[in-house]
Design a protein around this ligand. Structure first.
Ligand SMILES: Cc1ncc(COP(=O)(O)O)c(C=O)c1O
Length: 434
């Protein structure tokens, strides 16, 4: 029995082994600090819900309570409300996905769908292949089910197909059981990059020929700034892809409504797992969102969100050009995030306290790797602060980064301390001892 607590907790030797993976994420720890008003937070990916007119929600709530209050306040089905699932089909059709309402399972945010899928497929020690960098809280779920995460590199066009082939071959040679490939192919979190159509097809073909299920997580696909991105991977492959969607970014995360569309047999198990976890997703918010989608101009509202985020993306890219021209970063055409590469010798995690002292916060790159990678990377979110605050945040960040570089240069110029090579001392015995 392993201990996973500490001895201030009288139950510390009672916890299950899987809780060892439940360390507070870097993002979570940051929220506390970064929520102080004087800090410009480029850390969390909070949607700018103030761009959603409150009357639209109030009206929908009023109508729901007036017309179907007792049903909305009751338990619902483990699969989710049929009327909402019809709307979800309409939403997914915008990204080329066809399907039947029967194949959709409504979940408590797509986060919960991630948890349910992992619960269904992963035994301790099983392998999951995940793009690198990967969404931090997906990694937390995978760890909590004691999965072994193997990362596959991305470039500015997302997952690299050859790197995927190599990873599969390596894992197979080690006799590992690969349960699925996790990817956010459109406006990824955290890298902000998008997989082109040809690569989508290539990756699907690699998955198909190796019998690997694809878990396509797509919260940002409708938030495009420069024309529609390629259709979802699920639009071409129905039997081998579980697709996750959410209303968190195109409406509001407070409703906690997401969904999975899955091959038929998997859908059955997802419903059972959903029931075991929550009985039914919230009837109340399903009714409100369904009413909103029936009566409001939801596509027009997504357009408004696109405009807000496009302006903020522009503000961030311009400020990076102006204040940090020597660094490199991704150029997202949608979504919430820019992924910045710092000079090799900067460790973004250890720099963070200095940044917070300068009243700016970001998410260190290491949060998005299961294997300690990403030391000189950082994720900057442009979704929440106004363009002026974004610019000021990047200005502050440049002060921090330049200060850090100065420090490193100063130390590099100092004569290095004399070091004792292990081979000269402790590792090899003195010659006279043979
Ligand atoms: C890639 C990705 N997947 C899933 C989620 C979870 O979203 P929700 O549970 O709000 O639907 C997020 C939230 O930021 C995300 O970025």
């Amino acid at each position: 029995m392993t201990n996973h607590g500490n001895n201030l907790d009288q139950w510390y030797d009672h916890y299950a082994d899987r809780t060892a993976g439940l360390a507070a994420s870097e993002v979570r720890a940051l929220f506390a600090v970064a929520s102080r008003p004087e800090v410009v937070s480029l850390a969390g990916g909070m949607p700018f819900v103030s761009a959603l007119p409150r009357e639209l929600v109030i009206d929908a709530m009023e109508r729901v309570m007036r017309d179907s209050g007792p049903v909305a306040l009751q338990y619902g089905s483990g699969q989710g409300m049929p009327a909402l699932r019809e709307h979800i089909l309409e939403v997914m059709a915008l990204e080329g996905i066809r399907g039947s309402v029967d194949d959709i399972v409504v979940t408590t945010g797509s986060q919960h769908a991630l948890e349910l899928v992992t619960k269904l497929f992963v035994n301790p020690g099983d392998s999951i292949i995940a793009e690198a960098p990967s969404y931090v809280t997906a990694l937390t779920v995978f760890k909590s089910y004691q999965a072994q995460v193997t990362h596959v590199a991305m470039d500015e066009f997302g997952l690299i197909p050859q790197a995927l082939r190599d990873a599969i071959a390596r894992l197979r040679a080690e006799g590992k059981s690969i349960k699925f490939l996790y990817t956010v192919p459109t406006f990824s979190n955290p890298a902000g990059v998008t997989l082109p159509w040809e690569r989508r097809l290539e990756i699907l073909e690699i998955a198909r020929s190796n019998g690997i299920l694809v878990l396509e997580d797509n919260p940002y696909g409708l938030l495009y700034f420069e024309g529609q991105p390629p259709h979802a991977m699920r639009s071409v492959e129905e039997d081998g892809v579980i697709y996750l969607g959410t209303f968190s970014k195109t409406l509001a995360p407070g409703f906690r409504l997401g969904w999975a569309i899955a091959p038929h047999a998997i859908r059955e198990k997802l419903i059972l797992a959903n029931e075991a976890a929550v009985l039914s997703p919230s009837s109340f918010t399903q009714h409100i969102v369904s009413e909103y989608l029936t009566t409001a101009d939801w596509k027009g509202q997504i357009d408004i969100f696109r405009g807000v985020y496009r302006e903020r993306r522009d503000a961030m890219l311009t400020a990076l050009d102006d204040y940090l021209p020597d660094l490199s970063w991704t150029h997202p055409t949608g979504g919430f995030y820019v992924w910045v590469t710092l000079p090799e010798n900067i460790d973004s995690k250890s720099m963070l306290p200095r940044a917070v002292k300068e009243l700016v916060a970001y998410t260190p790159g290491t949060a998005f790797y299961a294997d300690g990678g990403g030391r000189n990377k950082m994720r900057l979110a442009f979704c929440y602060p106004t363009p002026d605050f974004i610019r000021e945040g990047i200005r502050r960040l440049s002060t921090v980064i330049n200060g850090e570089l100065e420090l490193l240069t100063t130390f590099a110029q100092t004569a290095p301390l004399k070091t004792v090579k292990p081979s000269d001392s402790i590792n090899s015995p003195p010659a006279n001892l043979g």
